[in-house]
Design a protein around this ligand. Structure first.
Ligand code: PHE
Ligand code: CO
Length: 298
């Protein structure tokens, strides 16, 4: 039986998930045999609940690839089993980690097509919310789209871009992190049948899966790289603004250019509050702003 060292919390750091523990960088073997019945039940219930909500709400690539990878509600998947489907599809693999990683370690994994997944799952009393990513968010939310070749390339390019931005300095990282937030975590995509979800932060949340598409409160705006890089976001409430791509190809192409001159250009421009709209925005929906928190955006 494999044993795993206890979580090595380094310190609390302000990250894009709020003030959270940032863990040691080591890769851990998934301690699959130590998951309790309760752990498996949490996975099953969250999975079944999301499966129902995401039908007709998540993009077809997400839904189709989830079953193609062999993810099911019956029990917490074994990383090794998922990797047998993932590796031949796009060259990606899932690795186990204790939790959020220091930025550079995270970027380096992505650049090398390793997606870090937190090995532990939330407790039954945390079904609706917890402040740091767990196995359900990381695995259910992020991994299915890594089966898609275009999205898989985007994530690896993001990792390389992260290593570069890290060397350029804190401001470049802020701009790049906003792109990750508004695409990988909270992105919407336009399909023939209507708007659909592809962001991991949304698909792993019951409330936001409904809110992002059905609520009249948030803005829904067409993807615009510079606009996104200037836009603050929410870490503790639903997003005030969602950005909509037309295709993963659009996302790929828009992010292909070298960001170094873009970071330089943006350095002199003010950040945009999370809920603000600009005259230049391509508007899908103008939000009513109902229920918006007046606390500061991140
Ligand atoms: N083109 C970006 C750069 O030069 C890298 C990148 C690609 C970042 C895709 C994010 C997503 O920094
Ligand atoms: Co995430």
């Amino acid at each position: 039986m494999s044993t795993v060292a206890p979580p090595q919390r380094v310190e609390h750091q302000m990250t894009d998930k709020g003030s959270v523990p940032v863990y040691a960088t080591g890769i851990v073997e998934q301690p699959w045999s130590t998951y309790t019945d309760s752990d498996h039940r949490v996975w099953s219930e969250l999975y079944a609940r999301q499966q129902e909500i995401l039908t007709g709400r998540a993009c077809s690539e997400f839904i189709d690839n989830q079953s193609r990878m062999g993810m099911t509600p019956s029990h917490i998947p074994k990383f090794d089993d998922l990797n047998r489907a993932l590796r031949p599809a796009t060259g990606w693999e899932v690795i186990g980690v204790e939790g959020l990683l220091p930025e550079l370690a995270f970027f380096d994994h992505l650049a090398n097509r390793r997606f870090p997944v937190t090995w532990w799952i939330r407790k039954p009393e945390q079904m609706d919310y917890l402040s740091e990513p767990d196995l359900f968010h990381d695995l259910f939310g992020h991994v299915p789209l890594l089966m898609n070749p275009m999205f898989a390339d985007y994530m690896a390019a993001y990792g390389r871009g992260g290593v570069k931005a890290h060397a350029l300095g804190a401001e470049a990282l802020v701009h790049l992190t906003r792109l990750y937030w508004y695409t990988v975590e909270f992105g919407l995509i336009r399909e023939a049948a209507g708007l659909r979800i592809y962001g991991s932060g949304i698909v792993s949340s019951k409330g936001e899966s409904i809110h992002c598409l059905e609520s009249s409160a948030p803005n829904r705006i067409g993807f615009d790289l510079r606009r996104i890089m200037r836009t603050r976001y929410r870490i503790d409430t639903y997003q005030k603004t969602y950005f909509v791509i037309d295709s993963f190809e659009q996302l790929m192409r828009a992010t292909e250019p070298d960001f170094t001159p873009i970071y330089a250009e943006l350095a002199s421009q003010p950040a945009i509050p999370a809920g603000e709209m600009l005259a230049s925005d391509h508007v899908h929906t103008r939000g009513t702003g109902e229920g918006w928190s007046s606390e500061a955006d991140t």
